[in-house]
Write a protein that binds this ligand. Structure first.
Ligand code: C2O
Ligand code: CU
Ligand code: CU
Length: 470
């Protein structure tokens, strides 16, 4: 028996994605057992959930499971997957597969790529992920509400060639805004929306405060950290040096990133992902902590505790992950498009459609606030010719940071007016205050691709638009 088989021991839940967010157990793998030709569908039921953060149950959670976080979904690079999303909420919804380069019609953006999913309707999402790595899913309709109440899950796409880890651990970082009774506070405030966003007061990993996960002593572990929060930019580090960063925003790292430390943590904005390869400590009971620098003092987000006899593995035994098949832009011919992210010129009412509107705008792209998901007659921010290379100049005119996310395409950061950027493929560029970043891409996936800030209050108050590739 191979070591990793021994680790995949969680009990299967028939038919659906039954895995808690805790680890990648057998249940996460269930839909692909035996590598059958026709993919077994995931039946995902968007539903109200109840959950105990404290001794009181918090009602009004939204998940795919009645009493647990949205499960880790697992797919395989180059293999079709089917995800039937059924809506049992009274509100509309839709599901977006963040970072996965798929056909436009499967992208889950209401009005732009599909109609919102009504109560008791099912939308069959079907796609073949071209890239391996750590991705995630969340609704793109009633986003502020449903994401703040928990509907954010991790999507792991396994490499065609097994990279040889002994174990895999997913950490989904998500805050909640609760009162002392454990009830939800309003998801945002106008004050927050006009500034850095409204922060949660219960800071969790997999919906828990400092969960501890047992992993084999001396094992090689892949730690997948996903920031699915609607607001917080996490500043993270580990309490071990026997680790390295192997992937960034899904893609294998090509420009090495130094291991973060307490003094130099790594910034992971909303929507971003970070994969570590690490070696578990030798003796049972020894721990590695994932730390977050939070205002005030650092906090242990989650711990990995060594158990069992020492597997005695060595990080150097891991071979590098194979690069994903992303086309390299030709910078010698790339045309530049500029996008300015800033205040909205006036506070217009953007109230249309069924996907939730705040009724006012604070933000804009190129001085135009997004007029609401269902607004008609809104053209793309830019038209890109299919197959051509482009540079997108992303200019943040505001004193707040913005994680700017593009659907459907991966891009390469080139330069910043503030710092040296790592040239690693991504779908989300974290712009610091007053920062201008150039990124490059090949417009090789046709469609209308949403382009927005991933601080959801910013997105929902104007900082959104789309690019057209045709
Ligand atoms: Cu993860 Cu349009 O978003
Ligand atoms: Cu996305
Ligand atoms: Cu923003």
């Amino acid at each position: 028996m191979k070591r990793r088989d021994f680790l995949l021991t969680a009990g299967a839940i028939a038919g659906t994605a039954g895995l808690g967010a805790a680890g990648l157990g057998a249940t996460g793998l269930a839909p692909n057992v035996g590598q059958r030709k026709a993919p077994m569908p995931y039946d995902l039921i968007v539903q109200k959930a109840r959950y105990k953060f404290t001794d009181q149950s918090t009602l009004g959670m939204v998940s795919l499971l009645p009493q647990a976080p949205p499960p880790v979904l697992v797919g395989h690079q180059g293999k079709p997957m089917v995800l039937n999303v059924r809506n049992t909420l009274p509100d509309y919804t839709s599901m977006h597969w963040h970072g996965v380069r798929i056909a436009n019609a499967m992208d889950g953006v209401p009005y732009l790529t599909q109609m919102p999913i009504a109560t008791n309707e099912t939308f069959p999402y079907a796609f073949t992920p071209p890239d391996a790595g750590t991705y995630w899913y969340h609704p793109h309709c009633m986003t502020m509400d449903q994401m703040a109440h928990g509907l954010t899950g991790v999507l792991v796409i396994k490499e065609a060639k097994d990279p040889g880890f002994d174990a895999d651990q997913v950490i989904n970082l998500k805050d909640f805004r609760l009162n002392e009774e454990g009830e939800f506070l309003p998801s945002f405030t106008g004050r927050g929306a006009a500034r850095a966003g409204t922060f949660g007061n219960v800071v969790t990993a997999n919906w828990q405060e400092n969960p501890v996960y047992d992993q084999p002593a001396g094992a090689l572990l892949r730690l997948r950290v996903v920031n699915t929060d609607t607001t917080r930019i996490h500043k993270l580090y580990l309490t071990t040096t026997d680790a390295r960063i192997i992937a960034w925003d899904g893609h294998p790292v090509r420009d090495p990133i130094a291991l973060p430390t307490a003094l130099k943590p790594v910034f992971v904005g909303p929507g971003q992902r970070l994969d570590f390869a690490l070696r578990m400590p030798d003796s049972e009971g020894q721990k590695i902590d994932l730390m977050a620098s939070l205002p005030g003092q650092p906090k242990v987000m989650a711990s990995l505790r060594a158990i069992g006899s020492n597997l005695n593995r060595n990080l150097n035994a891991l071979s590098a992950l194979s690069p994903n098949p992303v086309a390299h832009p030709d910078l010698s011919v790339a045309q530049t498009h500029e996008f300015v992210f800033g205040w909205s010129p006036d506070s217009m009412i953007a109230n249309n459609g069924v996907c939730g509107s705040m009724g006012y705008t604070f933000w804009s792209i190129n001085r135009t606030p997004w007029a609401g998901d269902a607004a008609t007659g809104i053209g793309p921010l830019a038209q890109l010719e299919l197959g051509k290379s482009y540079i997108l100049r992303l200019r943040n005119e505001s004193p707040h940071a913005h994680p700017i996310h593009l659907h459907g395409l991966s891009f390469l950061p080139l330069r910043s007016n503030k710092r040296r950027l790592k040239r690693n493929w991504t779908d989300t560029a974290l712009l610091l205050r007053g920062e201008t970043v150039d990124v490059a891409l090949v417009a090789d996936n046709p469609g209308d691709w949403a382009f927005h800030c991933h601080v959801i209050e910013h997105q929902k108050t104007g900082l959104a638009g789309y690019l057209r590739v045709s």
